[in-house]
Design a binder for this molecule. Sequence first.
Ligand SMILES: Cc1ncc(COP(=O)(O)O)c(C=O)c1O
Length: 371
Amino acid sequence: MDFPLQPQVLAMKPYSPGKPIEEVQREFGIDRPVKLASNENPLGPSPKAVRAIQEAAAGIHIYPTADCYRLRQKLSQTFDVPPDQLMIGNGSEELIHVLGQIFLGGPEDEVVVGDPSFPRYAAATRLAGATLRPVPLDSGLRHDLSAMASQCNEKTKLVFIANPNNPTGTIVFRDDLISFLRDLPAQVVTVLDEAYFEFAAHDARMPHSLELLRSGERVIGLRTMSKAYGLAAARIGYGWAPSAIASAMFTAREPFSVSTLAQEAAIAALDDVDHAQATLRNNAKGMERLIRELETWPAIRLTPSWGNFVLVDVGQPIGPIFDQLLRQGVIVRPGNQFGIPTSMRVSIGTDEEMTRFVEAFRAVMRLEAPV
Ligand SMILES: Cc1ncc(COP(=O)(O)O)c(C=O)c1O
């Protein structure tokens, strides 16, 4: 049977998520697989967020507040940003999708993205029927800002920069970003996707989208509660933009996409500073350990990362290594999904999870521990 589906949708590939824990349990009979594939929070959610969800559960027969009033107030106070510049969505993925809907109308509209980067920018562009201009990362797997600027013209509507970038963990520095913004054609809006911002904030060279917005740059900042705040399944993304854009986003989005449970969890998690700090401490420790364990091994290249994951280039096709790691109960993200077929992206886990990874990896690579 033929259906009148849009050709740009038929040309898209479905998103490939990290392999779920239950699938590995089922397929390989492994009791407790370790998932280091989706950059989730290894400490779990904030207990305060869990309590807030439990308390709010009795009220789920009532529609959520469409303007996320209390969460908006909370974000406004936390980040000192006017409520009318805030955007809140069902994960930052919804915000990325709606940005495509409000800025892009057809193939004459262009979007510039780094390649590889977070795949939803391409999806939002294609779903809007617009034209994607992917720009390869530089040799250090960083966004190549001068090459990206040279791809911008009078048709360019949006530039997406994941900062830190997923899957590479690299950042663009503030000074370079400011020069880039100054060079763009006047109509271009740059979206700074700061999903991993909290993990990079310690570096003085890390730009802050909110500061750039305050200083009048044509930028949108996106953040998420899915990573440092451990609420990936609750689905909360937020961000800031000039009020005209935030208002158009509010008009275009599905009004009840952010559930009451998600709103309450986010309010509670934003208050749980201890949990957020423990998350950052665990990440710094796990990152240091992973680098220490891997950097002396021959033929392995690590990309310096500002996120909660590291891209590991093993110098040979990743497929068989990924499969063997699965058999050992360790789930990572194979780079062939991102067009980097000799690499894998490994999320930072707890101490125990990092031990499981290192032991499994050693066994798979048949390498001796460095002396
Ligand atoms: C760069 C980047 N942006 C956005 C997201 C999506 O986040 P959310 O869970 O808020 O939709 C991710 C998730 O992996 C990401 O890596």
